[in-house]
Design a protein around this ligand. Sequence first.
Ligand code: FMN
Length: 334
Amino acid sequence: MAAQTVLTSKINYPSKQHNRLRPYFCMPNFWLKLKKPIYALAPMAGVTDSAFRQICKQYGAEVVYSEMVSATAIVYNSQKTLALMKFNKKERPFVVQLFGAKPEHFARAARIAAKEIKSDGIDINFGCPVKKIARQGAGAVLMNNVKLAREIIEAIINNTDLPVSIKIRSRAGSTTALDFLKPLADLDIKAVMIHGRSVAEAQSGGVDWQIIKQARQYVKGVLLANGGVKDKISADELLSKTGADGIGIGQGALGRPWIFSQLVARNSQPITKKKIFQIVLKHAKLAEKLKGQPGIIEMRKHLCWYVSGLPNASSLRQKLIKVASVDEIEKILR
Ligand SMILES: Cc1cc2nc3c(=O)[nH]c(=O)nc-3n(C[C@H](O)[C@H](O)[C@H](O)COP(=O)(O)O)c2cc1C
């Protein structure tokens, strides 16, 4: 499809008729069907690709998010961007996260996500602190522009029947999550994930439990707390301090996708080295199957995360960072 065609074609308002033909998890609103507490794999750019999402799903993640995808790039038919949204049905429910600054691009991207990608939900990134994204007027800077944020959310709600969720920060400059959510409380937002760190704190630092708890008054749908979950103790603490319906797990799943099974099954038994190596190989084979050799190159960072904490981690890392095939990984791990 030419970019021009995409940009100028009319935005229709879809009928609800086609929902009858959709599988279970495609039915709106999947968020209500999830068992609580909900353990979600949080979106992570360069990390939460289909291979990693499938592994996390297999270990008990209830819902998985894509990495953030540019709404504008989707509208311009960027094949690289469209590839980021592809998923396997095993990942359902699967949420595509969009970032951008133009409501009309979100409208079109949402329709593509719903009709062509067939994701189960659409999330909007209002929390990314990265300068490159901020320069486009997207991500966390939108928390300081509620009017435009509302237009973006409405553009998606009015152009798809998929459940719309948002991911925000506890604070962006002088705007708190409460300042942001209050004027949006009338919108049909099905889920809100609040990363309990301010924009200034980026991905580390203390998590503001209080603000997540207070946000409940403005959230009609599912409330997910996010930040700092590394194990069952930190997960339980975040849930109890915030009263959230679930949690988003980011860095705690890096090299440890089995964290979900430990949370879901409430099983804190340490995983054996042998089991870790089996998971690594499964992940690597999947990455290669889905992306070919570039999948293995991208896999290198995962390999380093997987072996961190093992007794010979440093020497393993030095070898794993150079691998170019599944065979090489297998030899090193043996
Ligand atoms: C490498 C990396 C990439 C990230 N990419 C995204 C992203 O694409 N969209 C988003 O909303 N948040 C992104 N985040 C933020 C995470 O979703 C999450 O909010 C953050 O890491 C805090 O949770 P944690 O303490 O469990 O890691 C990213 C974080 C990391 C570490």
